[in-house]
Each structure stands twice: as C-alpha cells, then as structure tokens.
Design a protein around this ligand. Sequence first.
Ligand code: CA2
Length: 145
Amino acid sequence: MSSKVLVLNGPNLNLLGTREPEVYGDETLADVEASAKATGEALGLTVTCRQSNAEHELIDWIHAARGEFSAIVVNPAALTHTSIALLDALNTYDGRVIEVHISNVHQREAFRHHSYISGRADAVIAGCGVHGYDLALRHLAKLLN
Ligand code: CA2
C-alpha cells in the first residue's frame, strides 16, 4: 500500500485539451493520466487515475481509498471553492493529500482564491500547468519512501 497513489480529477476536467488551452494547456486528460502513470512507475509508485463530474462519486472514491492508497493527488476543480462535503471526505482519509490546480487560481477571479481543501492538504500546487501532477508525485515519492 505504501506505494499506491490515487489521482482524482473533478468536474469538467474530462474536457482538458479541448477548450481554453490558454488557461489549461493543450494536453488531454488521457495525456495527463498516462504521464502520471509513467512518472509514478519511474518513481516506484503505482498510480490509479479517476475523473468524475459528480461530487458523490469523488467522495465515494475517497472513502474507498482508506486502507487502499497511501496518498491522494486531487484536483477538485470548481468543487475546490464550494465543497465542504469533499473536505469532510478528505478528513476521513488518513493518508497524504496533495491539491493540484493547473492554473494559478490566485491570478484569477476572487471566487477561485479560497479553497476548502487546502487546509487539509499536505501540499498545494497551482499554476504549473499539468506538470503540477508530476510535481505532486515527485513530492509524494520523497514523503512515502
Ligand atoms: O486550475 C485548475 O486546475 C482548476 O482546478 C480548474 C477548474 C477551476 O474551476 C478551478 O478554479 C481551477 C476548472 C476545470 C475545468 O476544466 C476545463 C478544462 C478544459 C476546458 C474547460 C474546462
């Protein structure tokens, strides 16, 4: 279990690479997930990737991660700014949590400046593009090994 990492992506991130490339880049979610798996493999981590547009599904996956995954990398997308339910779910989880945002949310609209998740996260990465997922995995490799 010590090397198992769950990468979770929230609402609308299935559209990565298809719209707003100036904000989110031109890589697709499939590209991001393939890269996360390859980076994980190189670091000795087994990476499982999931994306949902449904808050309850993300919550169910976090519950199921207890005792199964030693860390979660999560981009909660817009739920970052709205979801106490997602925060409560992460608070039931004992492993490491890294919050990733592709864009620099602090350079954007004021409503994106607050995150319900950051207080629970062990680290927060924003504004590094999709490279942020790789950075999160590299940090986890240090923490977990
Ligand atoms: O920068 C990020 O990663 C965000 O989590 C992305 C969310 C946004 O609500 C957060 O404030 C910051 C939005 C995800 C929408 O994804 C799309 C991707 C491609 C095209 C359209 C939407």
